[in-house]
Design a protein around this ligand. Structure first.
Ligand SMILES: C[S@@+](CC[C@H](N)C(=O)[O-])C[C@H]1O[C@@H](n2cnc3c(N)ncnc32)[C@H](O)[C@@H]1O
Length: 315
């Protein structure tokens, strides 16, 4: 059985139904995410874009302080909207590095291959299509330099807070002392600002979530009736958990491959978490996962943090 089918059947059979958000990203999902990034309400991209365009020199100086050659591995690179500016600065400064964008979406890796060489002809790039950790292992074989791992945007937030330590330890295990991670964290702020970002008026986030049901219909012989589900985001300011659900508007049965699933009216499928942090929580996360926090870079509103962590010895 293919992994996508296995994961979907498992999620829909659970007492509290869920789907894994890594499956959002087919060609349509990639386009919808790009639309979300341009929506007025989706501030994380704007904040991190400001950091990567206005504080590029600060990021470069943290990397060049290493005084050794490095390669860049970007986990969940997407269309490299923000990392592009760092890559451009490094290329212009004639720094000798290779860029390894990692993404589960083959479509986005192809897009990077068709667009980045046009925008940045001197960039050395090798795309890695697959899951984070398997591709990090591949990058280790392909590069013998210090790794600078970029993990930007909302990606770390898609890991629930209680599992983030385990996840960061897993990243650390694939790295060596001296390697760096530059991780983007969306910070806690006015709850309404956060909730609005996941409920844009144009409906891109709604369509992005519903697109996974369409993908299941197309690829796994599903028969979801899209009109029978509505998008329902929530934000809990005490825990920082921002969650997206698709809720069944009626009692219904849905078939996927040869299995049937019953939905009560009002029953939800948990789709994705976008965890929000305080700066102190990100430092704690680094310290308990084998990293030392080295440098904080914030946007002008103080809404988003890009933090640089160094892999400690003896982990
Ligand atoms: C929310 S987008 C963010 C893209 C980019 N980091 C940014 O900040 O603009 C997440 C990206 O991570 C990729 N992704 C999600 N889960 C993944 C996984 N388990 N392994 C590899 N890539 C993954 C998706 O395909 C998508 O391109």
């Amino acid at each position: 059985m293919n992994q996508f089918l296995e994961d979907v059947l498992k999620g829909l059979s659970a007492k509290d139904k869920y789907l894994q958000s890594k499956y959002f990203y087919d060609a349509k999902g990639d386009k919808l995410f790009q639309k979300i990034m341009t929506s007025q309400e989706y501030y994380p991209t704007k904040c991190e874009y400001e950091i990567f365009t206005e504080k590029t020199a600060e990021i470069v100086s943290v990397l060049t302080e290493l005084n050794t050659e490095f390669d860049i591995v970007e986990l969940g690179a997407g269309d490299a909207t923000k990392s592009f500016y760092l890559l451009k600065e490094l290329v212009e400064r004639k720094i000798n590095f290779t860029y390894f964008p990692v993404d589960i979406s083959g479509n986005i890796i192809n897009q990077l291959y068709s667009q980045l060489p046009q925008r940045l002809p001197e960039l050395r790039m090798q795309g890695l299509n697959g899951e984070y950790f398997a591709m990090l292992e591949k990058a280790k074989i392909l590069s013998n330099k210090i790794k600078v791992v970029l993990f930007l945007g909302g990606n770390i937030g898609n890991v629930p807070h209680e599992k983030a330590g385990e996840f960061c330890k897993a990243i650390r295990k694939h790295l060596l002392p001296g390697d760096l991670a530059l991780i983007g964290f969306d910070l806690k702020k006015n709850p309404k600002t956060i909730l609005d970002a996941y409920n844009d008026k144009a409906g891109y986030t709604r369509d992005f979530n519903l697109n996974l049901l369409l993908r299941i219909n197309d690829e796994l012989k599903g028969d979801f009736v899209i009109e029978n589900f509505y998008h329902f985001p929530t934000y809990d300011p005490s825990t920082g958990a921002c969650k997206s659900f698709l809720v069944s508007s009626t009692e219904q049965q849905v078939n996927v491959a040869d299995e049937s699933f019953h939905f009560a009216e009002g029953e939800a499928i948990f789709m994705e978490i976008a965890q929000k942090y305080t700066i102190e929580q990100t430092d704690e996360l680094a310290n308990k996962s084998g990293f030392t926090p080295m440098h904080h870079i914030l946007d002008s509103k103080g809404w988003f943090l890009d933090t640089v962590w160094k892999c400690c010895e003896g982990f």
